[in-house]
Design a protein around this ligand. Structure first.
Ligand code: PRE
Length: 413
């Protein structure tokens, strides 16, 4: 019964969409065109209704076409939301919004968007649009609660919206440790924390949290990070002090040396905190993203000011469970190796034997004994896959312990 109603509704809507897409068949479209041509002769409209110059497209006609397409898009989004609602029902009565979230499915949807894209819009623009649609579809159950390193306006918050869209509750938290704790306790459904920057390297406080926390990595986000010099007056000559996160100072080292060599550099816990402080004095500035400037009412004096134009931060999405494979995944392992000759070689050799690429390896004091190290290893693939399972089994003789921190879709756009 449900299926019958749905397909009938779908056919009806598809018909409506087709006529709107072709431009002339839709009643409302024709009405729009008529209204426009007989509109009262206000100067602006009269200009739009004028015959276009030879070779120039007709503005009024183009807008009628756009209106028709908008109607089709809106009808299709509504139809998609209905199906997504039914998918929710198909999953059964689940305890909370977090149980409806499927990162592997979202990654597959977005990859298809990229594969289909022939322009004129860029992949990242289309991914953003579809991300928002899925975000809104999921929020029909209940919006997800996402913890991040606050306050409002940080790059972490931008990463939250890039990954989850805007139909969520973003929860600003005081420290990276708190993000882990809130996810582990269930107060947040997911968390987003920075893990490495292309200019500055690893954020070690994030890696170290995995030594003791039970959270799982269920996604990654890559964000191009643009830094600006922000102040309440917007004049560089007035600046005596600059606030920022140490990582951001490091990303803008050459620029600061050239343009503000004598200003005092004051490290604070986040760029947004820097912006919050800079709003209190005319001689203070912050290095932060423009969104922090918007939140705290600051003007951009200069930007982007990062030394490397490809400056990118990678964030991890933290959750409480592992998700199935999406088809293009990464696995993060925390390996405590045995203190014996060739131990590191012996844990990496199985990966090579089974054709798995290691994307990254990082050693940190393992907190298990003096000079004992833990290795954070990222490998292409998913733990569900045969070659990964075989590699892990073959490593077993050479490790004290292996923790699978997560198997998650590789970042999209
Ligand atoms: O396919 C699903 O499992 C859905 O719930 C639908 C949908 C979507 O809008 O496409 C919504 C949320 C999930 O995180 C993944 C996909």
């Amino acid at each position: 019964m449900t299926r019958k109603t749905t397909s009938a509704a779908k056919a009806k809507k598809a018909g409506k969409a087709t006529s709107a897409r072709t431009g002339g068949g839709d009643k409302a479209t024709r009405k729009g065109a008529t209204t426009r041509s007989t509109a009262a002769p206000k100067p602006v409209r009269a200009k739009a209704a004028q015959k276009p110059a030879a070779g120039k497209p007709d503005l009024g006609e183009l807008r009628v076409r756009i209106d028709g397409i908008d109607r089709s898009i809106q009808a299709l989004i509504a139809e998609r939301a209905q199906f997504a609602g039914q998918v929710g029902q198909a999953k059964g009565k689940l305890a909370a919004a977090v149980d409806y979230y499927r990162p592997e499915r979202e990654a597959q949807v977005l990859r298809r968007v990229v594969d289909r894209n022939d322009g004129p819009l860029n992949d990242d623009v289309l991914v953003r649009v579809f991300r928002e649609i899925m975000s809104a579809c999921l929020a029909q159950q209940e919006p997800l609660k996402i913890g991040f390193l606050g306050p409002e306006g940080t790059h972490s918050q931008q990463a939250v919206y890039k990954h989850f869209g805007h139909s969520i509750h973003a929860l600003p938290l005081g420290t990276i440790e708190e993000v882990f704790q809130e996810v582990e306790s269930g107060a947040a459904d997911f968390g987003v924390v920075p893990v490495e920057n292309s200019t500055q390297g690893t954020i070690q406080s994030t890696l170290d949290m995995f030594l003791t926390s039970g959270v799982k990595i269920c996604g990654e986000v890559e964000l191009r990070v643009h830094q600006h010099l922000l102040s309440r007056v917007g004049a560089i000559d007035a600046i005596e002090r600059v606030y920022s996160h140490p990582q951001s100072f490091a990303q803008c080292k050459a620029w600061l040396r050239q343009y503000l060599p004598h200003a005092e550099k004051i490290p604070v816990s986040s760029n947004a905190e820097a912006a919050r402080r800079a709003r209190n004095a005319d001689d203070a500035a912050a290095i932060a993203g423009v969104s922090a400037g918007t939140v705290y009412g600051l003007k951009s004096i200069a930007g982007p000011i990062e030394d490397r134009p490809d400056n990118t931060t990678r964030f991890l999405v933290l959750g409480r469970e592992l998700f199935p494979a999406s088809g293009n995944d990464r696995t993060s392992l925390l390996v405590f190796i045995k203190d014996q000759p060739g131990a590191l070689f012996n844990i990496l050799a199985p990966l090579a034997r089974h054709g798995l690429s290691m994307n990254r390896i990082e050693s940190r004091p393992g907190h298990t004994g003096l000079w004992q190290y833990a290795f954070f290893i990222d490998v292409a693939g998913h733990v569900e896959e045969e070659n990964m399972r075989l590699s892990l089994a073959e490593m077993a003789d050479f490790v004290e312990d292996v923790k699978i921190l997560g198997s998650y879709p590789v970042a999209i756009s």
